[in-house]
Write a protein that binds this ligand. Structure first.
Ligand code: GLU
Length: 325
């Protein structure tokens, strides 16, 4: 995504230079980067927008960043692979599967995938209407359940859960595939009984749903879930703290992943270095951009929860900070 841009000033400089038979001014080079995020009511969108805001205000860097909304983790990996995206936010399970060629990426390891850093935790979050009668995972059988749009991380993780349970699409009376930004209104309009979202907390989608309809977070702590956590290194138990959402005052046990930031080995060292420098040189500001970032610590972010190798440009900055060897 590299373009050469002659700014108006440079252009007139060139004209002036030519007119005076002097050496023309050196053209300024701007690099445009696109970061894949998720639905607008999730946290990835905020991560992407926050990173771009910091990158775009770096003086002398000449990197222009934008972070459009996308279908989510799997769509972001595919977008990076096809060259449509330069970077993206992806769940740690998706990063692992894409790099190693397992799960939805079976037989197609993406060896050029590179890790940049790990961000906030993302529990698998199942929210059900209070009038649906759903209280535990098994109660989803025969219900109208949004399993997530293809391309989303929740769809990817739900497929793992469904595999462990021996479920398929027919397990539900309706297995809808709405995008993340559409789920909350579908729940409050009574078009679905429950929705799945792998997402940091608090977030706009669960907030929207819980304030518009009586709804509860469903604990995910049965044997099948324990089996998943035991089997795969990138899943761990987690808790959605009580009190974040209306009508959900108790902690809810579930399991989850981490959101990670990835790119390709083809991305230039300079651009990735600039991106991580923009974030970590301004880390206090970054942390304030979303409550889900509150507990992030730079040294952990660059040294755990990553499956693909660190990008060289990122590693250079982390080494300079003494965060990695
Ligand atoms: N984890 C979700 C996904 O990979 C996105 C969550 C978010 O947008 O914050 O699709």
């Amino acid at each position: 995504m590299k373009r050469h841009v002659f700014s108006a000033a440079t252009f007139s400089g060139v004209l002036l230079g030519a007119a005076m038979f002097a050496t023309p001014a050196v053209a300024e080079e701007e690099t445009f980067i696109t970061i894949g995020t998720g639905g607008q009511t999730g946290v990835y969108y905020v991560v992407g927008q926050s990173v771009c805001r910091l990158v775009n205000r770096m003086e002398d860097a000449n990197v222009r960043c934008n972070a459009p909304s996308t279908g989510g983790s799997v769509a972001n990996v595919n977008g990076i692979k096809s060259g449509e995206l330069d970077m993206g936010v992806v769940q740690s399970d998706v990063q692992y599967q894409a790099f190693n060629g397992t799960g939805n990426f079976e037989g197609e390891p993406y060896e050029n995938l590179r890790a940049v850093f790990r961000a906030h935790g993302e529990p698998l979050t199942i929210l059900a209407r209070a009038d649906s009668g759903i209280e535990v995972l098994d109660d989803l059988k025969g219900k109208r359940f949004n399993i997530g749009n293809p391309g989303s991380g929740q769809r990817n993780t739900m497929e793992v859960v469904m595999g462990a349970k021996g479920w398929d699409m027919d397990t539900f009376s309706l297995a809808s595939q709405l995008d993340a930004a559409e789920m909350a209104s579908a729940l409050s309009d009574n078009n679905i009984d429950a929705m799945a979202y792998v997402v940091g907390h608090p977030n706009g989608s669960i907030q929207e749903a819980t304030t518009t309809v009586d709804s509860r977070l469903i604990p995910l702590n049965d044997e099948a879930i324990q089996g998943i956590v035991d089997e795969y290194p990138y899943y761990s138990k987690s808790v959605i703290p009580g009190g974040l959402y209306k009508g959900n005052d108790e902690d809810v046990e579930t399991f989850g992943v981490a959101a990670t930031f990835v790119t390709t080995a083809d991305a230039s060292d300079e651009v990735v270095y600039t991106t991580v420098k923009a974030i970590f040189d301004n880390f206090d500001r970054f942390k304030k951009l979303h409550p889900a970032f509150a507990n992030l610590e730079p040294e952990d972010m660059v040294s755990s929860g990553l499956s693909a190798p660190l990008h060289d440009g990122a590693a250079r900055y982390y080494r300079e900070q003494g965060w990695i060897e």
